[in-house]
Design a protein around this ligand. Structure first.
Ligand code: URP
Ligand code: ZN
Ligand code: ZN
Ligand code: ZN
Length: 461
């Protein structure tokens, strides 16, 4: 298959210019003005933005969590992602405590192999660290193309490791060129606040929020950066929500550390007032919770200051029926919300159009930086000769309204129902194949490829 995209405004993390792109098989073969290759398909992109396919560094597909499973699997989840212009996702493999990393890897390979429509990779979550697991970490970095290891400083009894395990893991990962990522909140503090609220009969979703105050995230983020400094390990903090946590990273830069930070669209757009809507607030029960307006300001600034490198979604959808598991007790509401589909449109509409970020910054945080940090650049994350032809053709003027009626995620509600968005993903190309056209997904389950990743020690960002 060959495709010629004519006259679009190409945007990369570095620049923007009008040109044509010629694609043959899976890759970009030529970029220039007035290209006259004969192509099987010609797309007129006049007036449209043309940027690299989005990479969502944080999703949970078909994940066992809090007594249930997230409601999007690899097929529905990567399809919804493609509809919004995200051509690749990085999902989380969860080690079962007491079991091996390799068993968990096998389970996730089965979930994804014949189902993924878009491309994918995994972060390996280490939930139980010991000498045997240390050996597996090395095998996974060297042999499986998985170079990022997720840790949880919360969810004790299921996912959390202690600081001793964290430091040991960091030492192994550092030695072999990988990266440690973290859900940085103080699990013990949160558990005691949850217990106190339950005893006092404070059981509505609002108390989910009140059980995870900003300090629980700021403290853990600071502790994580301290452990990184001690071990000299590269680190990445996922789903950062607040000013206090960002300041912990800012302090680490004052002692010359570089710590990567991710935030998510919901923390840039929504705030904690949504928890005042009685049980409806369960739609936004996620961890960490939504914060305050001042935190949104801090996060947008953090993006522009280069302290925050990526914006993911932490897509972890549950049907309303699943959310009702916690109707009498906020601590039983499965944590997470549906978001994988609209990340690019939200970042464009709320960020670029409202003057909060530039077009090149938009590409940097939605695609390029994830490719660089997670060892896939320049195969992924840019528009360049020789890169995979993962391309979004985006109509910057088209207005549309977000609704559960029209979204493609397997979730019967939207946390953004009625939200007006300007800018829409129009055509999506994945490794040289048209994936989305006229609002339809043209690719089938099994099309998505596992993308092996390089070492973080070779990352330049
Ligand atoms: O609420 C959330 N974020 N659910 C998914 C698991 C996690 O902590 O990322
Ligand atoms: Zn849309
Ligand atoms: Zn988390
Ligand atoms: Zn998550």
């Amino acid at each position: 298959m060959s495709i010629l995209i004519k006259n679009g405004q190409i945007v990369t993390a570095a620049e923007t210019y009008v040109a044509d792109i010629y694609i043959k098989e899976e890759q970009i073969v030529a970029i220039g003005k007035h290209l006259n290759y004969k192509a099987e398909k010609v797309i007129d992109a006049t007036g449209k933005l043309v940027f690299p396919g989005g990479i969502d560094p944080h999703v949970h597909l078909d994940m066992p969590f809090m007594g249930t499973y997230s409601s999007d699997d690899y097929e529905t989840g990567t399809r919804a992602a493609l509809h919004g212009g995200t051509t690749m996702v990085i999902d989380f493999i969860l080690q079962t405590q007491g079991d091996t990393l390799h068993n968990a890897l096998k389970t996730w390979q089965q979930k994804s192999k014949d189902k993924a429509i878009g491309d994918y990779s995994y972060h390996m979550a280490v939930t139980d660290f010991n000498d045997k697991v240390a050996k597996e970490v090395v095998q996974i970095i060297e042999g499986e193309g998985i170079t990022s290891f997720k840790t949880f400083m919360a969810y004790k009894g299921a996912l959390m490791i202690d600081d001793g395990q964290m430091v040991q893991l960091m030492k192994v990962v550092e030695k072999h060129g990988g990266l440690v990522t973290v859900h940085a909140t103080n699990g013990d503090m949160i558990d005691s606040l949850i217990a106190k609220n339950r005893v006092e009969g404070n059981l509505s979703p609002l108390y989910h929020y009140l059980s995870q105050p900003e300090v629980t995230e700021a403290e853990a983020s600071g502790r994580f950066t301290d452990m990184l400094e001690y071990t000299n390990c590269p680190g990445y903090i996922v789903h950062m929500t607040c000013e206090g946590a960002l300041n912990a990273v800012r302090r680490s830069t004052q002692r010359n550390q570089k710590v990567f930070v991710e935030t998510c669209t919901q923390y840039l757009m929504l705030d904690a007032s949504l928890y005042e809507k009685d049980f409806d607030g369960a739609k936004w029960v996620m961890s960490p919770p939504l914060r305050e307006k001042k935190d949104q300001e801090a996060l947008w600034s953090g993006i522009n200051q280069g302290l925050i490198q990526t914006v993911g979604t932490d897509h972890c959808p549950f049907m309303w029926e699943q959310k009702l598991m916690g109707k009498d007790d906020f601590s039983k509401i499965p944590n997470g919300h549906p978001a994988i589909e609209h990340r690019l449109e939200f970042l464009y509409s709320e960020g670029v159009r409202k003057g909060k970020i530039s077009l090149t910054k938009f590409v940097e945080i939605s695609s390029t930086n994830s490719a660089k940090i997670f060892g896939m650049y320049p195969r992924k994350g840019t528009i360049a000769i020789g890169s995979d032809a993962d391309i979004v053709i985006f109509d910057p003027k088209k207005e549309h309204i977000i609704s559960a009626e029209t979204h493609h995620m397997n979730c019967d509600y939207s946390g953004y129902e009625g939200w007006e968005v300007t800018g829409k993903t129009e055509t999506v190309i994945l490794r040289g194949k048209v994936a989305i056209e006229n609002e339809e997904c043209l690719l089938k389950a099994g099309n998505g490829k596992f993308i092996p990743r390089g070492k973080t020690s070779k990352t330049v960002i």
